[in-house]
Design a binder for this molecule. Structure first.
Ligand SMILES: [Zn+2]
Ligand SMILES: [Zn+2]
Length: 330
């Protein structure tokens, strides 16, 4: 019976309804007008959408089973390892960096906007490094392995990625004066919207959302980010506001003429949990082992994926520039 109870708690946890159930059991429904109450009702939206999307996929006979199966295994694996490391890192970074804050903020709407813009900058830094430093790409590539898009991709992460991401994001936010209360609100909005942008074509075929595509980051932008087409690779690193992609020149809209191909460029089996989870680490280890001299070995670890000691680089930048130059000629 205990196992059944555990399983039940796992399902409740996955659905994000733990907090709402506790509030309901307490019997005081006025709490649903408070921040915690509203948040408790927002948590379950993505898990329920995920299930609905899975059912719609079955109805359309586009079930994307390979992606769901691997992401389910990743979800289970991540539940057992490193669950609390990210939370611990956030608390640690707040403690260390609070005294270095360059300005003081308070919990008001305008500071919330400031906090969000700073968060997006910090998110850009972490995400950009995740694509441009081969060691960090080992942590991030699991998220890019799926070759179809649906909400289960939200759960496709290497277990050490969250601590790494949150260390960078929290430290930058705290130093730039974002108070912990603001940070947690921003993290909640980012977590919910950051999951939603993985909604797949089975649910929303054209996810550009009209004029919204011009002023914010839509699922369409994030589909572009997950693509391995030369034009799309290493673009759209932001999450909700794409100001920093525009500032740093990594903004790219979905083109009707360039159909998205999801996944990464390495030859791999996206239906194999081990390859999805550890494949890039193995590939890096092989390159480091084979590289001549200590300097080259080190460079493989810190240079972008595709960098080669022979000078024949196959980085995303090389592929994109080559693509753009061929487009100009034709
Ligand atoms: Zn990415
Ligand atoms: Zn993503």
């Amino acid at each position: 019976m205990e196992i059944l109870l555990e399983l039940w708690n796992e399902v409740i946890g996955f659905l994000g309804i733990t907090q709402a159930l506790e509030l309901l059991q307490a019997g005081d429904y006025t709490v649903f007008t408070t921040y915690d109450g509203v948040a408790s009702l927002i948590y379950p939206i993505i898990p329920f959408l995920l299930i609905l999307e899975f059912i719609v996929g079955l109805v359309y006979k586009k079930p994307q089973i390979k992606v769901y199966r691997v992401n389910f295994l990743i979800y289970i694996f991540n539940r057992f390892v490193g669950r609390f490391i990210a939370i611990a890192m956030v608390t640690f970074c707040i403690g260390v960096f609070s005294k270095y804050a360059i300005l003081q903020t308070s919990y008001t709407w305008y500071w919330l906007i400031y906090a969000y813009i700073v968060w997006e900058l910090a998110h850009f830094v972490y995400h950009y490094l995740g694509h441009k430093v081969r060691l960090f790409w080992c942590l991030h590539s699991t998220h890019h392995a799926p070759e179809e898009m649906n909400l289960s991709v939200t759960h496709a992460h290497f277990f050490l990625e969250a601590p790494y991401a949150d260390t960078i994001r929290t430290s930058i936010c705290i130093v730039l004066g974002v108070k912990p209360e603001l940070l947690f609100t921003v993290m909640f909005i980012d977590g919910t919207y950051g999951a939603f942008i993985h909604i797949g074509e089975n649910m929303i075929r054209d996810a550009r959302f009209g004029f919204l595509n011009k002023i914010m980051l839509t699922p369409s932008h994030h589909r572009v980010h997950h693509a391995r087409n030369p034009l799309y690779m290493d673009t759209n690193f932001c999450n909700l506001l794409n100001i920093w992609d525009r500032v740093f020149g990594t903004y790219q809209e979905e083109q009707k003429t360039v159909q998205i191909e999801y996944g990464i460029t390495r030859q791999m089996d996206s239906g194999n949990f081990w390859d999805v989870y550890f494949g890039e680490i193995v590939a890096l280890a092989k390159d480091v082992f084979k590289a001549p001299g200590i300097v080259n070995k080190f460079l493989y670890i810190v240079m972008p994926p595709g960098w080669s000691h022979t000078g024949e680089h196959k980085t995303a930048k090389v592929a994109r520039n080559h693509y753009l130059s061929t487009q100009q000629e034709s």
